[in-house]
Design a protein around this ligand. Structure first.
Ligand code: TRP
Length: 334
């Protein structure tokens, strides 16, 4: 039986942190064992915010290197650059023609821009590009061009996948059952990884621990995780502790249970947990960091891997797009 398809995209925008890893990379790597994985670098989505071509190019290589360093097997999974798949952009146009404008008006990112403008007394669409507005359409095309069944994403992207589902229905209602409605996979247990200060780990809060930071630097950041000032003897609720809420994702289940019990009974100090977390991070990411550095210093190899991925995804995208063209009337000839 053919395997189902899992697809996800990551914008090329700088170094990933533990929150990205736990919320995105790790679940996607796990899914790749059971699904046909199509994982791509959403470089044209990044164009909505990045204005510096050189850093976009560099960040694109970085994301490719991250996937490979973390163990994605490019012979089993399909790793590619969105911009290498012209079929995506043609499909996006066709989808736009069946999508009510009102749907895109409701997108969270667009609404946030409207709210910010209203609060600042600016005109509603100030600073809103058509790229930002159409972002969900391009994302729908990414997903639908591969016939993806599941889309592992962070909770902030759930709405986009639901919109994709709606868009596929409108298209199919108009033209017949051509597009596969996708389903988001959002892992709630990793939706909220706390950062150094306890707020959600996010680049915009400056509270991140990068997965590939040099060991010393990574350890220093771990030591900066904010905890309360209770002494080791005092019993503590592990669920309330930022440190434990990061630690529990990296230690083996037995160790998590043991440390949890010591929080609850009293008798564990934050310093000890921090030291252990730093060790665990080095175990998780040390070898991958070395592979990452090696991969990034060999961009022709990355080009080759991405070109192979592009060939594979286009072998799926071309016939799908042909069916769309035939259905809408741009592909058929009298
Ligand atoms: N919007 C996603 C993000 O910012 C990236 C993305 C683009 C994506 N196209 C996609 C994710 C298709 C899943 C499927 O994280």
């Amino acid at each position: 039986m053919a395997r189902k398809i899992a697809l996800t995209g990551i914008q090329p925008s700088g170094t990933p942190h533990l929150g990205n890893y736990l919320g995105m990379y790790r679940p996607a790597l796990e899914l790749a064992a059971d699904y046909d994985a199509y994982y791509f670098i959403a470089d044209y989505h990044a164009l909505t915010t990045v204005r510096d071509g050189e850093s976009l190019t560099r960040n694109t290589y970085e994301v490719a290197a991250i996937w490979l360093a973390l163990g994605l097997d490019p012979h089993k999974a399909t790793l590619y650059r969105q911009s290498d798949v012209p079929e995506v952009f043609e499909l996006a146009w066709a989808l736009g023609c069946v999508t009510p404008k009102g749907l895109l008006n409701r997108a969270h990112a667009y609404k946030a821009a409207l709210d910010a403008n209203a609060a600042a007394g600016r005109s509603p669409d100030d600073g809103v590009s058509m790229g930002l507005y159409n972002y969900p359409l391009l994302m729908a095309a990414d997903i639908l061009i591969c016939g993806a069944h599941v889309v592992p994403v962070g909770s902030d992207q759930r709405q986009h996948v639901e919109m994709t589902d709606d868009i596929a229905s409108w298209f199919n209602n108009a033209y017949g059952p051509i597009l596969t409605p996708p389903e988001a996979i959002v892992r709630d247990e990793v939706a909220l990884i706390p950062g150094l200060d306890g707020r959600k780990m996010s680049k915009s809060y400056g509270n991140v621990i990068p997965i590939f930071a040099p060991p010393k630097e990574q350890r220093k950041l771990v030591m900066r995780i904010v905890t309360d000032s209770r002494p080791p003897e005092e019993p503590k609720d592990p669920a309330q502790d930022n440190l434990f809420n990061i630690f529990k994702h990296f230690a083996a289940p037995g160790e998590v249970a043991e440390v949890r019990a010591r929080y609850e009974s009293g008798g564990i100090g934050y310093g000890e947990v921090k030291s252990r977390l730093a060790e665990l991070l080095e175990e998780s990411f040390g070898p991958a960091r070395e592979r990452y550095d090696a991969l990034l210093s060999n961009t022709p190899h990355l080009d080759e891997a991405l070109a192979g991925g592009a060939d594979r995804v286009r072998a799926v995208a071309r016939p799908l797009l042909q069916r769309v063209r035939d259905a809408v009337g741009t592909g058929a000839r009298l």
